[in-house]
Design a protein around this ligand. Structure first.
Ligand SMILES: O=C(O)C(=O)C[C@]1(C(=O)O)C=C[C@@H](O)C=C1
Length: 380
């Protein structure tokens, strides 16, 4: 039974189904933290293996049962996302656990989808490559902190295409277990980006001198505080994470800048090139080996054709070999410099094809990461 319960934590490949008895008592948003006992029926399968069983949760306050409960919560959450008996919904992989902003962005772009929680960004991308998921969602840029460089490099390392983007508003909350007040907070746990984006507000809330602890994702911090945070520990995460992990919202909207958006890319195995009759973007990667004037030539190829660039990220990779997937087999190389470029036109536009032909003449590597519709969400 234990094995079944731990399955969703250890492996994103397991497909868990749960039935909960008694039904009125337990729902994913209302798990029985304070109830004396409950029975949860669980079945799990990963294709080859599987089984059914029941967990009797007798003392929810005990650490072991809390661990089980967390696993069941995830399983319940997964089940809720399924569209019908035996029918698995469209799967969107993300780094983190339920309640993470990446998952919110996945649900916003693919309503009704089944979120597939993964330990790392690479695992999320890998799950699409290996057909466990249909899409992956990857944060690449924040309005406040700028580009997430490691995730840009991951794009190069995987054979996936960008098929969409979303600018998702990140609205942080300060969360603590029920019964813990703001005055008692001695420790704040959060994703490093969340800590740095809320620092000034934490000060105004009288939390300037509390110790800070980082977590892999915001929802992970909420889960940890709910599961085993010593009293006086708060998490920075979403209001939805508070619901999922049974925490109380002590303060809402604690990000220092009101305009706090994260840009997520949607990745698929195959390209979906939009027609040129609507606002589109294309993302490419161009690398060179140190020849003179490459950046000038790249910019001219677009400027000459009136194609507007929306992003230019330069990543020196000398002494830092990159693993690169292009048209052929993957290879590892130290380029002099790699440019990630976004521009406002579709690959189906002839001007774009001409510009790319020109780039091929002097670039040592060129890859089109994808063409997709622009997310025109106003950032105000
Ligand atoms: O931790 C999460 O909730 C995430 O979805 C990841 C992530 C990121 O890595 O950019 C996304 C948005 C938030 O700004 C903080 C963290």
């Amino acid at each position: 039974m234990d094995r079944l319960c731990r399955a969703p934590i250890n492996s994103s490949l397991w497909n868990i189904r749960t039935k909960v008895k008694p039904t009125p008592e337990i729902r994913s948003r209302d798990l029985p933290f304070n109830k004396p006992s409950a029975t949860v029926l669980v079945s799990a399968s990963n294709g080859a293996n599987g089984g059914n069983g029941a967990i009797n949760i007798k003392h929810i306050s005990e650490q072991k049962d809390r661990l089980l409960l967390t696993a069941v919560k995830r399983a319940l959450y997964t089940t809720e996302q399924e569209q019908g008996p035996g029918q698995v919904a469209f799967r969107v992989a993300y780094q983190g656990i339920p309640g993470a902003y990446s998952e919110e962005a996945a649900l916003a772009t693919h309503p009704g989808c089944q979120g597939l929680p993964c330990h790392t960004y690479a695992a999320a991308l890998q799950s699409v490559e290996s057909r466990v998921a249909d899409r992956a969602i990857l944060p690449v840029e924040s309005t406040v902190e700028g580009s997430i460089h490691r995730n840009y490099d991951l794009l190069l390392d995987h054979r996936l295409c960008i098929v969409g983007e979303i600018h998702y508003p990140v609205y942080y909350c300060l969360l603590a277990p029920p019964g813990v007040d703001r005055e008692e907070i001695k420790r704040v746990m959060a994703h490093p980006l969340a800590l740095s984006q809320c620092r000034r507000t934490l000060k105004t809330l009288g939390l300037a001198n509390v110790s800070m602890q980082t977590s892999d994702d915001t929802a992970g911090a909420a889960e940890c505080v709910s599961r085993n945070g010593p009293r006086g520990t708060a998490a920075i995460a979403s209001a939805r994470a508070a619901e999922i992990y049974g925490l109380r919202v002590l303060a809402r909207g604690i990000q220092d800048e009101s305009c706090n958006f994260t840009r997520f890319l949607i990745l698929a195995r195959d390209p979906i090139v939009p027609t040129a009759d609507r606002p589109c973007k294309t993302s490419i990667v161009v690398a060179h080996d140190g020849e003179l004037g490459v950046l000038f030539k790249v910019l001219s190829a677009f400027s000459f054709r009136d194609i507007n660039l929306t992003k230019l990220e330069s990543r020196p990779t000398k002494n830092r070999p990159l693993r690169v997937v292009g048209d052929g087999p993957a290879f590892v190389k130290e380029f002099h410099c790699v440019f990630y470029i976004d521009f406002e036109a579709s690959l189906s536009d002839r001007r774009v094809q001409n510009a790319l032909t020109e780039l091929k003449e002097f670039a040592s590597f060129l890859r089109v990461l994808g063409s997709y519709s622009v997310d025109a969400t106003p950032k105000a």
